[in-house]
Design a protein around this ligand. Structure first.
Ligand code: NAP
Length: 245
C-alpha cells in the first residue's frame, strides 16, 4: 500500500495514466497528475479529490527538461517529496520504416524515452536523499517483440527496458527500486483507434483470448509502487494475456 506516499504520474490526464493515478490515490497516496493537456490533468485531479483523495494537477510536456524541473519543484513545494514515479506518458506516430519521417522518430523517442530519463533524474535526487523510492516505467509488449509500422515506438519501449535495468543497478544502493510494466494490447483510446479487423487479429494472438483492461495494468503498477515490493528491482512485469512469454 503506498499510503501516505507522494506519487507522480506522467501522461495521467486520461487512459492508463489516469487509472493509475486514481488507483494510487484510492490506496492512500497523494498524487501529482502531470499531463501535456491542462484540462485533462485538472479533471483527473478533480475526480481524485472528489473521491476524498489528495491531488495536484500540473501541465507539462515531459520531454522538455525545463518543464520537468518545474514539475518536480511544484510537486515538492506542495507535498514535500516524490516517493513514487510512474513514467507513463507515451505517443505513437506509426509508419512503415521506409516512410517514417525523422520528425516522427524524434517525437516518439522524446516523449516515450527521453521523458523517463529526465523525470528519473529529478526523482533520483529526492528519492536518494530519503533512501526510498519506487520508479515504474510503462513499456510495452512491442518493445519486447517488435511490431510492423512501429520502429520508433518499439525502439522507445525497448529503450525503456534498458533504462530500467541500468537505473535499477545504479539506484539500488539508495533503496530505490526501478521496474518496468510491459502491457500487451489494452482497451484505451490508443487501441480503440485500430480498425476492428486488426483488433480481432490481435485478440486471436493472445492466449487469454481478449485485449486487456486498464485495471490489469493499474494493479501491476500499484503492486510495484507499494512497500511490499521492496526486494523487486530491475524487472519487467508483462501484463499481456500471455501474448509474449
Ligand atoms: P493515451 O490514452 O494516449 O494517454 C497518454 C497520455 O499521455 C495522454 O493524456 C497524453 O496527452 C499524455 N501525453 C502525451 N504526450 C505527453 C507529453 N509530452 N507530456 C506529458 N503528457 C503527454 O495512452 P494510453 O493507452 O493510456 O497509454 C499510456 C502508456 O501505456 C503509454 O506509454 C503507452 O505507450 C503505454 N501502453 C499502452 C498500451 C495500450 O494498449 N493502450 C499498450 C502498451 C503500452 P494528450 O493525449 O492530451 O496529448
Amino acid at each position: 500500500m503506498p499510503r501516505g506516499k507522494v506519487a507522480l504520474v506522467t501522461g495521467a490526464g486520461k487512459g492508463i495514466g489516469a487509472a493509475i493515478a486514481g488507483e494510487l490515490a484510492r490506496q492512500g497516496a497523494k498524487v501529482v497528475v502531470v499531463d501535456i493537456d491542462r484540462a485533462s490533468a485538472e479533471s483527473c485531479a478533480a475526480s481524485i479529490v472528489h473521491e476524498g483523495g489528495e491531488a495536484l494537477a500540473l501541465q507539462a510536456n515531459v520531454a522538455d527538461p525545463g518543464q520537468v524541473k518545474a514539475v518536480f519543484q511544484g510537486a515538492i513545494e506542495k507535498f514535500g517529496s516524490v516517493d513514487i514515479l510512474v513514467n507513463n506518458a507515451g505517443i505513437t506516430r506509426d509508419a512503415l520504416l521506409i516512410r517514417m519521417k525523422e520528425e516522427d522518430w524524434d517525437a516518439v523517442l522524446a516523449v516515450n524515452l527521453k521523458s523517463a530519463f529526465l523525470c528519473t533524474q529529478e526523482a533520483a535526487r529526492t528519492m536518494s536523499k530519503k533512501r526510498y523510492g519506487r520508479i515504474i516505467n510503462i513499456s510495452s509488449v512491442v518493445g519486447q517483440m517488435g511490431n510492423v509500422g512501429q520502429a520508433n515506438y518499439c525502439a522507445s519501449k525497448a529503450g525503456l527496458i534498458g533504462l530500467t535495468y541500468s537505473n535499477a543497478r545504479e539506484l539500488a544502493r539508495r533503496q530505490v527500486t526501478v521496474n518496468a510494466v510491459a502491457p500487451g494490447f489494452i482497451e484505451t483510446d490508443m487501441t480503440r483507434a485500430l480498425p476492428e479487423k486488426t483488433r480481432e487479429e490481435l485478440a486471436a494472438q493472445i492466449p487469454l483470448g481478449s485485449l486487456g483492461q486498464v485495471e490489469d495494468v493499474t494493479h501491476a503498477v500499484v503492486f510495484l509502487a507499494g512497500e511490499k515490493s521492496g526486494y523487486i528491482t530491475g524487472q519487467v512485469l508483462a501484463v499481456n494475456g500471455g501474448m509474449y512469454m
